[in-house]
Design a protein around this ligand. Sequence first.
Ligand SMILES: Cc1cc2nc3c(=O)[nH]c(=O)nc-3n(C[C@H](O)[C@H](O)[C@H](O)COP(=O)(O)O)c2cc1C
Length: 161
Amino acid sequence: MKLIEADFNFAQRVAKAGLLTATKSDGSMNTMTVSWGGSGILWGKEVCFVFVRPERYTFEFCENGEDMTLSFFDKERKDTLALCGTKSGRDVDKFEACQLKFVAKNGVAVYEDAELTVVLKKLYAQDLDENCFVTDACKSFYQNGGYHRMYICEIKDIIVG
Ligand SMILES: Cc1cc2nc3c(=O)[nH]c(=O)nc-3n(C[C@H](O)[C@H](O)[C@H](O)COP(=O)(O)O)c2cc1C
């Protein structure tokens, strides 16, 4: 399924947080909680945007590979979103710690209990640039960390259930 047919509000979902799981070209993966992002149409494709700080371990995976998924869960995964949003995959095997198990659906590895998975392919990557901020309100997010890299990804599929 694609975005236009899907019966969900991407902004509402991502604001409540989901898991961004990125795969390197050697097949290894890491996952982290994200709540920044959006969706729309660009270059004639359905796309979504995610924003990843360079200090995240997941950043290496986003950089090395092209494939990502955004997974959304029900309330029972609150602890998973908390752990994956505070611990680094450099220190913890999050898949093990959170009992995140994969199943194949539509030819893609998705979490077996995800309510909804957005299957992504990276199209474009660009760092936010401090010279482009129009207001200091945005800059204030960057006192202790690097500027997010924006990934614009094509939505290849939306898998429900
Ligand atoms: C609710 C929530 C939302 C988050 N959203 C983002 C985000 O959109 N982009 C980002 O770079 N980090 C975000 N983070 C922080 C990362 O999830 C966190 O730093 C994580 O531990 C990184 O893991 P990693 O080092 O294994 O990649 C968020 C954290 C939480 C708790």
